[in-house]
Design a protein around this ligand. Structure first.
Ligand code: XMP
Length: 511
C-alpha cells in the first residue's frame, strides 16, 4: 500500500485515484501525522502531494520529522518535491514567473520513474502549476528531465529511491502521468496491483470494526447513493450495531420512501427507523415562499427530528455519513479524529454542537468509485445510478408556497417524465432531470372545455460536478411525447415547457 501526504493541493485526491486505478490500496493523510503512525502503517511507498504554500512561508507545512530517513521510496510532487529537496539540503527559490498550464519537458537521462514510458531525448507534454522551483539539488540527486521554467522538472536519487517531480502527473493534462505514477508504485515501490473495490470494501470493513468496537452507530439515510452505500457497508461491518434513521419530509419523489424501506429494511434487514414527518415539514413550510427560508426551515427540522429519533434510541457514540472526497473541504483537519460536524457535510443538516465521532467510510472516494463500491455491496442499480436529489427535495421545485396538493401534482408529472427518460434509454446520459411545478396558471382547451390550470417546466442537464451544466438536447419528438402524457394524465397541469437555460447563468434547480 501507498501513503499519500496531503499538503493541501486541489488535486491530491486525483493522486489517490490514479493509485487506486492502478490496483494499489492507498490512504491520504494530513502531513501532521507522526512518524510512528507512518511506521505502523508500513506503506511500500510514500507520495507527497503538491500544495499552495511556499517552503519559505513562516508556517510552511512540513513532512513528519525523519520521513526521508525511513528508507522508503518517496515521490514528491510539486510542493512535495520542493519540500523534499529543501529538507535534504537543496535549494528552492521563488520565481517571478509562475508557470501554469501546459508545458513540455525534455528527458535528459533514464530513470525508473519513466522506464518504458519516456525515452531520453524525448520532449513530453506535462501540466505545470508552480511559483517556486528547485534551483539546487541535495547530494545524491540528479536531474533527469528539465523544462523551460523548471531546470529540475524531474529529479531522482535512485540509490535512496527518492524522486521529485515539479509538474503534476496526476492530472489528465499530463498524458503519461498515470504511467509515471504506476512506475513509482509498481516499479520502484514494488506494489502488486491486485487491489480492487472488493479489497477496499474488506479493508474499510476492518477499519470500521476497529474504530467502532462495540459502540452504536446511527446513520441518516436519505435514499441517495452516498448514504445508501455508507449504510450498507457499515452494516456489513458491524451488523445491528447500526441503526439507520430515514426521515421522510413529505418532499420526496414518487415511490421513493417506499423504495428506501423496501430495500434497506425488507431486503437487507438493516435496522431502520422510518419517520414520516411530512406533517411537521409541510406545516412549518405553510405560506413560506422565500427559497432560503425554505432551505433553512427544512434544514432545521431535519436536525430537530434526527435528534429526537436519536434520543429515542438512547443516543450513539458514532454518527455515520456518506461524505465523499469532493465534500471534504478541510482535508488536513479530518483524518481519524473526532470532529465537530459542519453543516455543509450533511444532506439532512445536523447540529453544529453535536459531538459524536464521525464514521465516514467514503471520504476518500469519488462518486463513480462510490457507485462501484455500491455494486460490490449488491445495492440495486436504481439506487446506485440515481440522479442527485437536493436535500430540500421537491420544496425547491415548487416555486412559491408549497401545498400537499401541489406536491402531489408535481410528483405525477415528475414520475412520467423520468419514466419516459428511462424508456428512451437516456437516464444515464443525464446528470439530473426533473419537473418543476410553476406558480402560474394558464388557459387551455381540453375536449370541449376550457381549462385554467398550472404550467410545468421540465429540466434536464448534463454536468460532471453540478458546478456548471448544459441543457440536455432532447429530440422534439421526445419532448412532445412527455408533454402529451403529462397534460393527458396529470390533473392540474395543462401546459408544459422545456427549460433551456444552462448553468451559469441559471442554476440547475429553480430555487
Ligand atoms: P444548483 O441549483 O445550485 O444545484 O445549480 C447544483 C446541485 O446541487 C443540488 N442542490 C442542493 N443539494 N441541498 C442539497 O443537498 C440544497 O439546498 C441544494 N440546492 C441545490 C442540485 O440538485 C444540483 O445537483
Amino acid at each position: 500500500r501507498i501513503l499519500i501526504f496531503d499538503f493541501g493541493s486541489q488535486v491530491t485526491q486525483l493522486i489517490a485515484r490514479r493509485v487506486r486505478e492502478s490496483g494499489v490500496y492507498c490512504e491520504i493523510w494530513p502531513h501532521t501525522a507522526s512518524l510512528e503512525r507512518v511506521k505502523a502503517f508500513a506503506p511500500r511507498g510514500i507520495i507527497l502531494s503538491g500544495g499552495p504554500a511556499s517552503v519559505h512561508d513562516a508556517n510552511a507545512p512540513t513532512a513528519p520529522e525523519g520521513l526521508f530517513g525511513l528508507g522508503l521510496p518517496i515521490l514528491g510532487i510539486c510542493y512535495g518535491q520542493q519540500l523534499m529537496c529543501q529538507s535534504l539540503g537543496g535549494k528552492v527559490e521563488t520565481h517571478p514567473h509562475r508557470e501554469f498550464g501546459r508545458a513540455f519537458v525534455d528527458v535528459d537521462a533514464p530513470c525508473a520513474l519513466f522506464r518504458d514510458v519516456w525515452l531520453p531525448g524525448a520532449r513530453e507534454q506535462v501540466w505545470m502549476s508552480h511559483g517556486d522551483r528547485v534551483t539546487s539539488l541535495p547530494a545524491g540527486f540528479k536531474a533527469v528531465a528539465h523544462s523551460e521554467g523548471a531546470p529540475y522538472a524531474i529529479v531522482a536519487d535512485e540509490e535512496r529511491r527518492l524522486y521529485g517531480i515539479q509538474f503534476h502527473p496526476e492530472v489528465v493534462h499530463t498524458p503519461h502521468g498515470a504511467a509515471l505514477l504506476r512506475n513509482f508504485t509498481h516499479g520502484v515501490a514494488g506494489c502488486q496491483g491486485n487491489w480492487n473495490m472488493a479489497g477496499f470494501r474488506d479493508a474499510e470493513i476492518g477499519r470500521i470494526r476497529q474504530k467502532v468496537g462495540k459502540g452504536r452507530v446511527i446513520c441518516g439515510l436519505s435514499g441517495g447513493v452516498d448514504s445508501s452505500v455508507a449504510a450498507k457497508l457499515i452494516h456489513e461491518a458491524i451488523g445491528d450495531q447500526l441503526t439507520c434513521i430515514f426521515i421522510d419530509p413529505g418532499l420526496l419523489r414518487h415511490g421513493e420512501a417506499e423504495q428506501v424501506v423496501a430495500t434497506f429494511r425488507d431486503r437487507f434487514n438493516i435496522p431502520l427507523i422510518h419517520r414520516d414527518a411530512s406533517d411537521v415539514f409541510l406545516g412549518a413550510l405553510e405560506g413560506v415562499t422565500d427559497p432560503e427560508v425554505k432551505r433553512k426551515t427544512i434544514g432545521r427540522l431535519f436536525v430537530e427530528i434526527f435528534d429526537e429519533e436519536a434520543a429515542k434510541l438512547g443516543g450513539a457514540e458514532f454518527l455515520a455519513q456518506g461524505t465523499l472526497y469532493p465534500d471534504v473541504i478541510e482535508s488536513v483537519s479530518a483524518v481519524g479524529q473526532s470532529v465537530t460536524i459542519k453543516s455543509h457535510h450533511n444532506v439532512g443538516g445536523l447540529p453544529e454542537n453535536m459531538k459524536m465521532q464521525l464514521v465516514e467510510p467514503l471520504r476518500e472516494l469519488f462518486k463513480d468509485e462510490v457507485r462501484m463500491l455500491g455494486r460490490e455491496l449488491g445495492l440495486p442499480e436504481e439506487i446506485i445510478g440515481r440522479h442527485p436529489f437536493p436535500g430540500p427535495g421537491l420544496a425547491i421545485r415548487v416555486p412559491g408556497a408549497i401545498t400537499r396538493e401541489k406536491l402531489a401534482v408535481l410528483r405525477q408529472a415528475d414520475r412520467i417524465y423520468l419514466e419516459e427518460i428511462r424508456k428512451a434509454g437516456l437516464y444515464d446520459k443525464i446528470w439530473q432531470a426533473f419537473a418543476v411545478l410553476l406558480p402560474v396558471r394558464t388557459v387551455g382547451v381540453m375536449g370541449d372545455g376550457r381549462t385554467y390550470d398550472s404550467a410545468c417546466a421540465l429540466r434536464a442537464v448534463t454536468s460532471t460536478d453540478g458546478m456548471t451544466a448544459e441543457v440536455y438536447p432532447f429530440s422534439f419528438d421526445f419532448l412532445n411525447r412527455v408533454a402529451g402524457r403529462i397534460i393527458g394524465e396529470v390533473r392540474g397541469i395543462n401546459r408544459v415547457t422545456y427549460d433551456i437555460t444552462s448553468k451559469p447563468p441559471g442554476t440547475i434547480e429553480w430555487e
